[in-house]
Design a protein around this ligand. Structure first.
Ligand SMILES: Cc1cc2nc3c(=O)[nH]c(=O)nc-3n(C[C@H](O)[C@H](O)[C@H](O)COP(=O)(O)OP(=O)(O)OC[C@H]3O[C@@H](n4cnc5c(N)ncnc54)[C@H](O)[C@@H]3O)c2cc1C
Length: 275
């Protein structure tokens, strides 16, 4: 992750990747786009099958989801690679994709938010940012909402440490997590008014956090083909990005690059009726 970002400092540099925040949170972006698209947005309807066949110079595609069936000339799979195999492809994907997708998996991170009556750490002259490789909560940040008088900290617990605290009762886990945050910012951190854990590993359509990566040697072995489209199917996830890999920055770059590839491909083929 650090290597693909150019260096670890690019992940913490105030001018790169993590340098901007969205007022109202990232979901604001989806909500505003959905408002523009209106009835074209179909929610709670996972795609189950992608059927495609040659048609003229291009392809004819039918995408089947639980509540909609869509005809198109191209498909963009804008989901993390670990979920590619949740969809059935007709015809089946080629050998290279079958193999490649089995070498990409999601990590495991628990994201915790703790809300306080004030951002007390600022009164102590602290930024709220903390890193501790050996700490239970390995990263802590000031995640206070824009304009909020309360203070919000976000922390992350990863991998085997996440496995271990999931073995605890909810109460014991909360106690240990707040104690770990307090080790960075003092005992006031123990008195959270709101405590919330995001359990990404239990989300069926995500299955982990932060993102998908290759197993050892996987990128070397399969990387050259990870952007290769299969007929009309284009793969576009932040987890396939180079710059911005595993970040929103990479998702935007992949979106722009994939759109450009499809525009170019579309201009090469004769228009095919998709009704
Ligand atoms: C805990 C956590 C913290 C993070 N923090 C940061 C951060 O601080 N800064 C940053 O830049 N990035 C951060 N990221 C990474 C960032 O969220 C991702 O890089 C970005 O969301 C990827 O965008 P995407 O469009 O490629 O895919 P996603 O945002 O993963 O969107 C894929 C969508 O497809 C849906 N889907 C999956 N399968 C199907 C299906 N079969 N049919 C229909 N829909 C389907 C999913 O439900 C999901 O809504 C974080 C990620 C996590 C998990």
């Amino acid at each position: 992750m650090a290597a693909s970002a150019g260096s670890f400092s690019n992940l913490t540099d105030e001018d790169f990747i993590l340098d901007k925040r969205v007022i109202g949170g990232m979901q604001q972006v989806s909500l505003l786009i959905a408002a523009e698209l209106g009835d074209d947005v179909v929610l709670n309807s996972p795609v189950r099958t992608i059927n495609w066949e040659p048609a003229g110079e291009g392809h004819r595609v039918t995408v089947e989801s639980e509540r909609a069936s869509v005809n198109a000339r191209f498909v963009i799979m804008a989901v993390p690679p670990n979920l590619y195999s949740r969809v059935s492809y007709n015809p089946p994907l080629p050998r290279r994709q079958h193999q490649m997708h089995q070498h990409q998996s999601l990590g495991l991170v628990i994201k915790v938010h703790a809300v306080y009556s004030t951002p007390f750490w600022r009164e102590d002259g602290l930024s709220g940012t903390g890193f501790g490789a050996d700490a239970l909560v390995q990263e802590v940040y000031d995640n206070t909402n824009h304009g909020d008088t309360r203070g919000t900290l976000v922390g992350f617990i990863s991998d085997e440490k996440a496995d271990a605290v999931f073995e605890l009762s909810a109460g014991d886990r909360k106690k240990k997590v707040l104690e770990s945050i307090a080790s960075f910012l003092g005992d006031k951190a123990l008195d959270a008014e709101v405590y919330y854990e995001s359990d990404w590993g239990s989300e069926e359509w995500t299955r982990g956090a932060y993102a998908a990566s290759y197993d050892l040697g996987g990128l070397h072995r399969y990387g050259k083909d990870q952007h290769a489209n299969v007929g009309p199917i284009f793969w576009s996830s932040s987890d396939l990005a180079a710059e911005g890999y595993q970040h929103v920055d990479g998702a935007v770059r992949m979106g722009q690059a994939t759109a450009a590839r499809i525009v170019a491909a579309n201009s090469r083929v004769a228009a095919v009726p998709v009704a």
